[in-house]
Design a protein around this ligand. Sequence first.
Ligand code: NAD
Length: 450
Amino acid sequence: MARDTYTELVNTPLGRRISGALGLPQPSRLRRHRPGAPVIDGPVALVGRSTVADRIGEVLLGWGLDVRRHPDPGERIAAVVACFDDVAAPGDLSAPVMELSGLLRQVGPSGRVITVSRRPGATSDPAARAARQGVEGLTRSLAHEMRRGATANGIQLAEDLDADAPGVAGALRFLLSGRSAYVSGQFLTVDTVNGELPRRAEGWDRPLAGQVAVVTGAARGIGAAITEVLRRDGAEIIAVDVPAAGEQLAATANRVRGTALQLDVTVQDAGERLVAHAAQHHGRLDIVVHNAGITRDKLLANMTPDRWDSVIAVNIESQLRINRALLASELFDHGPRIVSLASTSGIAGNRGQSNYAASKAGVMGMVSASQDLLGSRHGTINAVAPGFIETEMTAKIPPITRQVARRLSSLNQGGLPVDVAETIAFLASPSAGGTSGLTLRVCGQNLVGA
Ligand code: NAD
């Protein structure tokens, strides 16, 4: 993994002075999750007068946070939660937006703004949908304006979903916490009352206790980070990778005290072999993370069948085949969770990556089409679309292109594998049970793929 020496330099006193004087980007060190640390450090301002706002206030107070309806002017605040769930026409946005505007200068480093609104597509009233979609535009723009590692994201609720739904508290906690350090300008949708919150406060640090998780492509990079975060959150790990990566795979499995399974995910019976391994060595299977992925970049004019077919086979066909086997198995039938790796290339496209982008856009299509299948088992399926993440894959990008790619995001830096892993762990956790069919970007609001 390449070091981001520019971010290291800018975070020294001299580096900060020079970069400030020259008007250069000033990436901040991001606040990342530490078990046992408070959700967020400092007062949380609450904007909005709806019953959803009242309920969110209760949830935040229940976590021991310092919730303010009217923070003192000039006082440093850690976050603003702004509720727009009751807007019925664009004119209704003005009052809460102005209240939010007045608070923004008080938001500290790695602070958070979270907007809460209803899903635009859930209403066919033109004025209401205009207002709701307006919240999307303002949240995304605000995310571009945030400074010093602070982010802005939204939570979108289904039409009649009550704010008591566990998924609302789950989404709120994820977005406030350091787990979402590299998520900005995004929307987390909560559609159902499914899901469960920890009964005791300590439960938030080990939401996956007692569960068994498969991670494919686990030998290195993002996959290895996923095994570590899922393990930290309490899960037992089955680490999967190709036989050629056997040594690294064994090291990953040992690090997280899990089991290793050497398996090429493209073989016809990969799903059956996963299920058999889980049954024999762990006695259950709750979470599957489809992380194995490859790139074989070429301009489409120079594309060869082997480059096209191998990327499609690893990145999407294997997932479809494995999911069919999983869903046919009784072992994977108790609130199962699937999380797949997509990519911002699959959203915006990328020069030289028509094969990769087709496979990753395919992942998003597969995920949204599979939510009913998983829902019938009280499970969920979601995707995570990373932007520029510091791994061996991105270390191969030429240095200047790599610097540009890092600075093109609202957070002015690349993400770390742990940032992707935290989002995956959240989507696999009981508190995210109300979210399914979603692709969530972990990209620091990278302009490429916006
Ligand atoms: P990586 O190349 O470092 O690791 C991928 C792992 O998958 C390797 O250990 C490899 O051996 C394994 N693998 C490949 N083919 C396999 C197969 N047929 N069966 C089993 N295992 C197989 O990549 P990474 O950067 O850690 O990326 C992980 C995932 O995240 C991929 O799906 C990638 O497309 C996606 N992603 C990465 C980035 C980024 O910036 N690094 C951005 C967007 C998406």
